[in-house]
Design a protein around this ligand. Structure first.
Ligand code: ADP
Ligand code: ADP
Length: 227
């Protein structure tokens, strides 16, 4: 994925991205690191085409992202975003229904949907929750359900906005382990975080952002020695 000279301004607001040039290589664990308000979430929303640059362009696999229904549908099968707050990504019903929602929307056959849902629940270790109403789960469990929902779409790239926010240390560690496992299974992983320790321990490529700009990028060692 690539962003070329991307600028974005929220309606009536300030410029949240001010000329982002960025190339996210395949096969790397990337962390977008920066304080609150740096523009990290805004950048991630550009990667899946939810936001459209006011200036500049986004590329996926060499094609320039087009903001048509058809293009965005294809893009979102390849790039899955796990939002910071699981409640923004949940609908209603059981955990099974929740995770089945995306694949059903793709028009897949019932058996295929079922296989994908069960596989995703297994990867997340939450098969036993499948008949439970998603709304009444704990925060950490909801987080796992939303990740399972994204996995069930079989994306090539998984994007996590502040993956460990509001999780206790044990759930955070568990989530990092899951991200490692997904990476080892061949998924490209991009996370945003304000947590320097998480970026340094998890990522092998770090992009430092502040005030809508990329300040530096490189391997953890390069970033560390620059400071
Ligand atoms: P980060 O994810 O690094 O915390 P964001 O991308 O959320 O940063 O925010 C970047 C800037 O854009 C901030 O100044 C924030 O206040 C502003 N912003 C974010 N979302 C909105 C919105 N929906 N409307 C207006 N301004 C927003
Ligand atoms: P194995 O024991 O064969 O390694 P896992 O259950 O660990 O099987 O899953 C292997 C990988 O397959 C997962 O880490 C994940 O990347 C991918 N995967 C699993 N379920 C799904 C799914 N529903 N959609 C997309 N990818 C999946």
């Amino acid at each position: 994925m690539e962003l070329k000279d991307v600028y974005y301004q929220y309606p009536g607001g300030e410029w949240a991205l001010k000329g982002i040039n960025l190339r996210l290589e395949k096969g790397k664990k990337v962390a977008i690191l920066g304080p609150n308000g740096a523009g990290k979430s805004t950048l991630l929303l550009h990667l899946i085409g939810i936001l459209k640059p006011k200036k500049g362009a986004v590329y996926f696999d060499g094609s320039r992202v087009e903001y048509t229904k058809a293009f965005l549908k294809r893009l979102r099968q390849k790039v899955g975003l796990v939002f910071q707050d699981p409640d923004t990504q949940m609908f209603a019903g059981s955990v099974f229904q929740e995770v089945a929602f995306g694949p059903l929307n793709l028009g897949l056959e019932e058996q295929e949907v079922r296989n994908r849902v069960l596989k995703a629940l297994e990867v997340m270790g939450i098969e036993d929750l499948k008949h439970r109403p998603a709304h009444f789960l704990s925060y950490g469990q909801k987080k796992k359900v939303t990740i399972a929902s994204v996995l069930a779409m079989s994306p090539e790239v998984l994007v996590f906005d502040e993956p460990t926010a509001y999780l206790d240390p044990k759930s955070s560690a568990e989530l990092v382990e899951i991200m490692e496992k997904l990476y080892l299974s061949g998924k490209q992983i991009v996370i945003s975080t304000h947590d320097v320790d998480l970026a340094f321990s998890f990522a092998d490529w770090i992009v430092v952002m502040k005030d809508g700009r990329v300040l530096a990028q490189g391997s953890p060692v390069e970033i560390f020695t620059d400071k």
